[in-house]
Design a protein around this ligand. Structure first.
Ligand SMILES: [Fe+2]
Length: 329
């Protein structure tokens, strides 16, 4: 047993802390690199001048509610029963969504994060109590935080309306405090010279005005990161992805359970496919360093040409990414 401990300690010493200087003649002509070790993602870029540390959190699926939810229970009862007792992704110990959120925000504070990016399904339904509790935790941290919605944050199951209509209604009625004045469809902020773009693709499809706004936002060579809830299509990804060729009515296995409008028969729309191409192009031409999302609840990393897409482990399992964007030399 002792021997194993010594070997492990030696291995850790050898691994040492991650190097901050990445100078090497081998990297000549390369503007950025991506490195991942567990929940830590390090992006080295020639175009950043100081390190930027961002905690990425998605899919906490808070289920708390109070008496204000009573008139809506018929729409939230089913989903409110899910993800109560969960297991931590690292320790495998029993935990729950609230404990996971509190601990992740505390870790972000301990690590002196510059920002927290919340990528949706923070609540399992638009519970006022859940949204207020979440905002209190984030505000108390003192860390700037930014939010984009998941498909459950605004969804009341069985309620009349298209996905787009329900998203508009409940974003305005309940989620607006989380958007802090930003336009839910697409907005950007700048942290230490890095542009963070938040896109709401929580209905799977992209609207024409979102594509237009994205093309405007990505112009130029400023380093950028894109955040959204639903992964974009990449070979190997489940069809529950934006612009996935197999996304559509024929593969929608949840619309009856979730009592919502089914996905369209003819698959993803042209605008969603054009957005996919626009993101890929921005990765190659406009210094879009990486994109981050949630929704699939498990960790995934895809590489499509210059496009690095990371899907974070659900925060109800304690999942998060600590993304560090730092100078290449
Ligand atoms: Fe989720």
């Amino acid at each position: 047993m002792k021997k194993i401990a010594v070997v492990l300690a030696a291995a850790l010493l050898l691994a040492g802390p991650a190097a901050t200087a990445q100078k090497s003649p081998l990297l000549k002509g390369i503007r950025s690199t991506v490195y991942q070790k567990g929940p830590q993602v390090r992006i080295y870029s020639e175009d950043v001048t100081e390190p930027v540390r961002i905690f990425v959190i998605s899919d906490t699926h808070l289920f708390r509610s109070d008496e204000r939810e009573e008139p809506f229970r018929q729409y939230s009862d089913r989903i409110a029963q899910t993800h109560h007792k969960t297991k931590h992704f690292q320790t495998l110990e029993d935990t729950d969504p609230e404990e996971c959120l509190v601990k992740t925000v505390a870790l972000a504070k301990e690590r002196h994060a510059d920002a927290i990016a919340l990528l949706g399904d923070m609540v399992s339904f638009p519970s006022e109590d859940g949204i207020e509790w979440l905002k209190e935790q984030l505000d108390a941290s003192g860390i700037p935080w930014f939010y984009t919605s998941g498909n459950h944050d605004w969804q009341y199951e069985g309620m009349e309306g298209t996905l787009e209509e329900l998203r508009e209604t409940w974003t305005e009625k309940r989620l607006s405090p989380l958007y802090q004045g930003y336009d839910h469809k697409l907005y950007s902020v700048e942290i230490k010279g890095v542009k963070l773009i938040f896109l709401d693709n929580s209905i799977y499809e992209i609207l024409p005005e979102q594509l237009k706004a994205f093309r405007q936002e990505v112009k130029g060579k400023q380093p950028k990161i894109l955040f959204y809830h639903i992964p974009f299509f990449a070979p190997g990804y489940s069809n529950h992805s934006t612009a996935h060729p197999e996304w559509g009515l024929g593969s929608d296995n949840l619309y009856k359970i979730e009592r919502r409008q089914p996905w369209p028969e003819d698959g993803p729309g042209q605008v969603s496919k054009d957005m996919w191409k626009a993101v890929l192009k921005a990765c190659g031409k406009n210094n879009l360093l990486a994109t981050f999302c949630g929704h699939h609840h498990k960790e995934q990393h895809s590489e499509v040409g210059p496009w690095h897409q990371f899907t974070v482990t659900a925060n109800y399992n304690g999942g998060y990414y600590e993304v560090i964007i730092e100078p290449m030399d």
